[in-house]
Design a binder for this molecule. Structure first.
Ligand SMILES: Cc1ncc(COP(=O)(O)O)c(C=O)c1O
Length: 395
C-alpha cells in the first residue's frame, strides 16, 4: 500500500499491482513480437511488463487530450525536479545549465564517443557490456579497448591493474555502466574512487551510463554517480541518466547528459550537432510525472523486483550447469551457461519456451541474460521450464 499524488493535487491510497498480467501481444512490443505465435516467454530486451506509474499514465492522458502536438521546449518544472531528484537521491548538486537533453541514452553514448579530440583515440570499457558500448566507439571512428570483468566470489569486479596496463598514449576515454548491465553490479564508492584516480592520472574523460540508477535492489547500497564524488571528477565526466528503465517508459525516449565542465559540454553539444532530434513532448510529459510523482510506485517496484531476484537466485543456483553472481541492481540477471555444454544456450532455452538475450552480443559467448521485470507468475513458469530443460541434460 502506498500513496501517490494525482495531478489534481490530492493523495490517493493505492496499491500497485505488479502481479497483474498485462497482455502486451498485438501492441507492437519489441519484446513480445519476437516470439509472436510461439510458446516462448520473452525475457530478453530490457523493458518491464508492468504498467507505468499511475501519475505518468494520467499526465500522458491529459497531454494527449490537449490534441496539439507541436515542437516542444523542455518544461522548466522538469529541470527543477531533475535537480531535486539528483540532489535528494544521490547527494549531488547539479546546475540547470549542465543538463543536455537527449531523445535516448544510446544516442548519448554515441555522441559522447565523438567528444574525444581525435579520430584514432582509444576508448576503454569493461566487458561483458550492454552491446551499444561495443559499437559506439567504432561508429565514431574511435578504437575500442575491452577489459574483461573478473568474477570474485559471487561478485563481478574490475581489474584495475589490467586497466592501467592497457592504457596507451592514445587512450582518451573510459566508458562506465553504473549500475552495470548485464552483471547487475552497483559499483561501490571505493571502486569508483579508484576508477576516478586512474582517469585523473591518465587524463581520461569518463562516460558514465547511469540509466539503471533508480533500480538498486540491495538494501545496504545506494547509487553513487561517479561525477558526484568531487567537482574535480565531475569536470572530466559526462553522466547519462534517464527515467526510462526505472519507470518503464523506455518506448518514449527521454534522457539527459549532465556535464559540469563548459568546454566538455560544448564539445558534446557540437558532436550532437543537428543530427540528434529533440525530445518529444510525450516523453517530456512522462519524465516530469515520473520524477515528480513516481516515487511511491518506484519503492514498491523495487520490493517486487527484489522478490523476483531472490526467487531467481535460489532457483538458478539449484540448476546444474548454470552459474550466477549476486544481482545488486537492475532487473537483469547474467547467467553463465557454459556448464550446460550445449552449443547454443539461447536456442536451448528457446526450445524450452524461454527467450533470453545472447551473451555473445555482450562479448561473452556461452552466457545468457534474463530480464526479470515481469509478473512473479511468469517468472515462476519460466523457471519451471528452464529447470525441466536443464534436468534433461543431467537426468
Ligand atoms: C545500460 C543501458 N544503457 C542504455 C540503454 C538504452 O537506452 P535508450 O533506450 O534510452 O537508448 C539500455 C537499455 O537496455 C541500457 O541497459
Amino acid at each position: 500500500m502506498a500513496t501517490h499524488q494525482t495531478i489534481l493535487g490530492c493523495y490517493l491510497m493505492t496499491t500497485f499491482d505488479f502481479d497483474a498480467i498485462i497482455d502486451r501481444r498485438g501492441t507492437h512490443s519489441d519484446k513480445w513480437d519476437k516470439y509472436k505465435d510461439q510458446d516462448i516467454l520473452p525475457m530478453w530486451v530490457a523493458d518491464m511488463d508492468f504498467l507505468s506509474p499511475p501519475p505518468v499514465i494520467e499526465a500522458l492522458t491529459k497531454r494527449v487530450a490537449h490534441g496539439v502536438f507541436g515542437y516542444t521546449n523542455t518544461p522548466d518544472e522538469l529541470v527543477e525536479v531533475v535537480l531535486d531528484h539528483i540532489k535528494n537521491d544521490f547527494g549531488w548538486r547539479i546546475q540547470p545549465e549542465w543538463i543536455v537533453w537527449l531523445p535516448g541514452l544510446v544516442c548519448g553514448l554515441n555522441v559522447l564517443c565523438k567528444t574525444t579530440p581525435n579520430l584514432s583515440d582509444e576508448i576503454m570499457t569493461f566487458t561483458p557490456i550492454y552491446p551499444p558500448f561495443l559499437s559506439a566507439p567504432a561508429l565514431s571512428g574511435r578504437q575500442l579497448i575491452k577489459l574483461p570483468l573478473q568474477l570474485k566470489g559471487d561478485q563481478w569486479v574490475m581489474d584495475f591493474e589490467a586497466l592501467e596496463a592497457a592504457i596507451t598514449q592514445k587512450t582518451r576515454m573510459l566508458l562506465l555502466c553504473n549500475p552495470h548491465n548485464p552483471t547487475g553490479r552497483s559499483w561501490s564508492k571505493v571502486e569508483l574512487l579508484e576508477l576516478a584516480r586512474i582517469a585523473k592520472k591518465y587524463d581520461l574523460i569518463i562516460g558514465s551510463d547511469d540509466i539503471h540508477a533508480g533500480l538498486i535492489l540491495d538494501k545496504d547500497k545506494t547509487h553513487v554517480p561517479i561525477a558526484s564524488l568531487s567537482p574535480e571528477i565531475a569536470a572530466r565526466t559526462i553522466s547519462l541518466f534517464a527515467p526510462s528503465k526505472t519507470y518503464n517508459i523506455a518506448g518514449l525516449g527521454c534522457s539527459f547528459a549532465v556535464i559540469s565542465d563548459p568546454l566538455l559540454r560544448r564539445r558534446f553539444i557540437s558532436a550532437k550537432g543537428r543530427i540528434v532530434p529533440h525530445v518529444n513532448l510525450l516523453a517530456f510529459t512522462a519524465a516530469l510525472a515520473a520524477y515528480k510523482e513516481g516515487e511511491p510506485w518506484r519503492l514498491e517496484l523495487i520490493n517486487y523486483l527484489r522478490g523476483n531476484r531472490d526467487l531467481l537466485q535460489d532457483e538458478i543456483a539449484s540448476m546444474k550447469g548454470l552459474t550466477i553472481a549476486h544481482v545488486e541492481a537492475t532487473y537483469l540477471i547474467w547467467i553463465d551457461a557454459r556448464g550446460l555444454w550445449v552449443p547454443d544456450p539461447v536456442q536451448f532455452f528457446e526450445k524450452a519456451g524461454v527467450g533470453l538475450s545472447d551473451g555473445t552480443d555482450f562479448d561473452a559467448q556461452g552466457f545468457v541474460r534474463l530480464n526479470f521485470g515481469c509478473s512473479r507468475a511468469m517468472l515462476k513458469e519460466a523457471l519451471l521450464r528452464m529447470k525441466v530443460a536443464v534436468k534433461t541434460l543431467n537426468p
